[in-house]
Design a protein around this ligand. Structure first.
Ligand code: SF4
Length: 378
C-alpha cells in the first residue's frame, strides 16, 4: 500500500494581509458553510481512491483553518476520517492557526480529533511591523496562543516568522528570533517575504510608499538565523526550516521528496504517481458542483525530464540534499549520465558539496539556491 499525504485547504481569513496572494478571502458565514459542505462532498467522491493509500500526514492549511468553529471542524475532520483508509499509527496531523483566532474549545476539539501539530503564523513580534503588513493579531496574542496550546497538551508547535518586512531592521529580526526561541517551539519556519504582484504591499513599494530591506540586510538576517537557531538547539533541515531533533515537518518533506499527496478543497494541488492535478480556484464553481472533483484540472502528465528536474531542485532544498543512488532507482538513469557536468561545475563553483552518493548545497549554495536550482533545468 502506498503512503499518502493529505492537504486540506480552508480559504477563509479574517481579512487579507497586505503581502498575501494565497487563495483566501474573508467570506461570510453562508459561504463558509457552503464551502465546508462542498469540501465534504469532495472527500466522499474521492473516497474510493483515497482508500487505496495509507495516510501518513495531514495538513490543514489556508487561509486560516483556525477560523473554523469547533463543531464545523469536527464534522469535516470526521468526514475525512470516514473517507480515507488506513492511517499510520504515527500520523502527523497539522493545523495552521493564526493568533487571535484560537479559543479553548477549538483547541480542545483539535486534540479530540487527533491533531498533533499546530503551525502558528506569528511573523514578527513588533506591533508596528505587524500592523504594516496587515496582520490581525498582536505579539501578546501569539504568546497567549502558545500558552493555550501547551495547556491543551500540544507538544509539537511551529512558529512561522518572516524576514525582509518593510521597515524591519536587523535589531527587529534579532528580537523576533530571540522572543520566538524563548517561547520554546519545537519547530521554526523563517521565510523571507516575497513581494507578489497584485498585492497592496506590492503597489505600496512600487509607488514608493513602502520600501523593503536591502538584499545585504536580508542576507545578514538569514546568517543570523542560521547561527542563532543552531546555538539554540534547532537543526536546519531545509533552507527555511529548523527543528528540535525529531520534530521536522514530515508533511513538507513529502513535497520536497516528490512523494504522493492529495489536495482537498479550493485550488488544492495534488501529485499522485507522477500526475499533477489542481482543483478549481473559483469558489462559486467549487461550491455549486454536486461533485467538486469534476472541477479539477490535470496540470500535466509529468514527463521523466520534469520529474528528474523537480526531484533534484526540491530535494536540494533539504540540507541533507539528495541521494544519487535513489535517482538511479527512481528514474532508471544514473545521475552522472544526466547531470554529471552540471554537478561538477557547481562543485567547482563551491555551490554544492558531494559526500559519497549524496550531494547538498554548500553554505554559499544556500545563499544562491535559486541559481543552483536553475542549473538543474534540463
Ligand atoms: S492569514 Fe495567511 S492566508 Fe490569510 S491573508 Fe494573511 S497571509 Fe494570507
Amino acid at each position: 500500500m502506498r503512503d499518502l499525504a493529505i492537504y486540506v485547504h480552508i480559504p477563509f481569513c479574517v481579512r487579507k494581509c497586505r503581502y498575501c496572494d494565497f487563495l483566501s478571502a474573508p467570506g461570510n458565514a453562508k459561504e463558509r458553510t457552503a464551502y465546508l459542505q462542498a469540501l465534504m462532498r469532495e472527500m466522499r467522491y474521492r473516497s474510493a481512491e483515497l482508500q487505496k493509500y495509507r495516510v501518513k500526514t495531514i495538513f490543514w492549511g489556508g487561509g486560516t483553518p483556525s477560523l473554523l468553529e469547533a463543531p464545523a471542524f469536527e464534522e469535516a475532520a470526521a468526514a475525512l476520517r470516514a473517507c480515507t483508509g488506513e492511517w499510520a499509527p504515527d500520523v502527523e496531523w497539522t493545523v495552521e492557526a493564526n493568533p487571535g483566532t484560537l479559543r479553548e474549545d477549538k483547541v480542545e476539539s483539535w486534540r479530540r480529533m487527533g491533531v498533533n501539530r499546530v503551525s502558528l503564523g506569528v511573523q514578527a513580534t513588533q506591533e508596528h511591523l505587524l500592523r504594516r503588513i496587515g496582520r490581525i493579531h498582536t505579539w501578546e496574542q501569539a504568546v497567549e496562543s502558545v500558552k493555550m496550546l501547551r495547556e491543551a497538551g500540544f507538544s509539537n508547535i511551529n512558529l512561522d516568522l518572516m524576514m525582509g518586512l518593510p521597515g524591519q531592521s536587523l535589531d527587529d529580526w534579532t528580537e523576533t528570533l530571540e522572543r520566538g526561541i524563548l517561547l520554546g517551539p519545537e519547530h521554526l519556519s523563517c521565510y523571507s517575504l516575497i513581494l507578489e504582484e497584485g498585492t497592496p504591499l506590492y503597489e505600496d513599494v512600487r509607488q514608493g510608499r513602502e520600501s523593503l530591506p536591502e538584499e545585504e540586510a536580508e542576507r545578514a538576517m538569514y546568517n543570523l538565523t542560521l547561527k542563532r537557531l543552531q546555538a539554540a538547539g534547532y537543526m536546519q533541515y531545509e533552507i527555511s526550516n529548523f527543528a528540535k531533533p525529531g520534530y521536522h515537518c514530515r508533511h513538507n518533506l513529502v513535497y520536497w521528496e516528490l512523494g504522493d499527496y492529495q489536495g482537498l478543497g479550493l485550488g488544492a494541488a495534488s501529485y499522485i504517481e507522477g500526475v499533477r492535478r489542481k482543483n478549481t480556484e473559483d469558489l462559486c464553481e467549487y461550491v455549486q458542483a454536486e461533485n467538486p472533483v469534476v472541477c479539477e484540472r490535470i496540470e500535466e502528465e509529468n514527463s521523466l525530464k520534469n520529474q528528474m528536474e523537480e526531484w533534484m531542485f526540491l530535494g536540494l532544498r533539504k540540507t541533507a540534499g539528495v541521494d544519487l543512488r535513489e535517482f538511479q532507482d527512481r528514474f532508471g538513469h544514473s545521475a552522472e549520465s544526466v547531470y554529471g557536468e552540471t554537478m561538477r561545475d557547481l562543485q567547482e563553483e563551491g555551490l554544492i558539496l558531494r559526500k559519497g552518493d549524496q550531494i547538498m548545497l554548500s553554505r554559499r549554495g544556500l545563499d544562491l539556491a535559486n541559481q543552483v536550482f536553475a542549473a538543474f533545468l534540463l
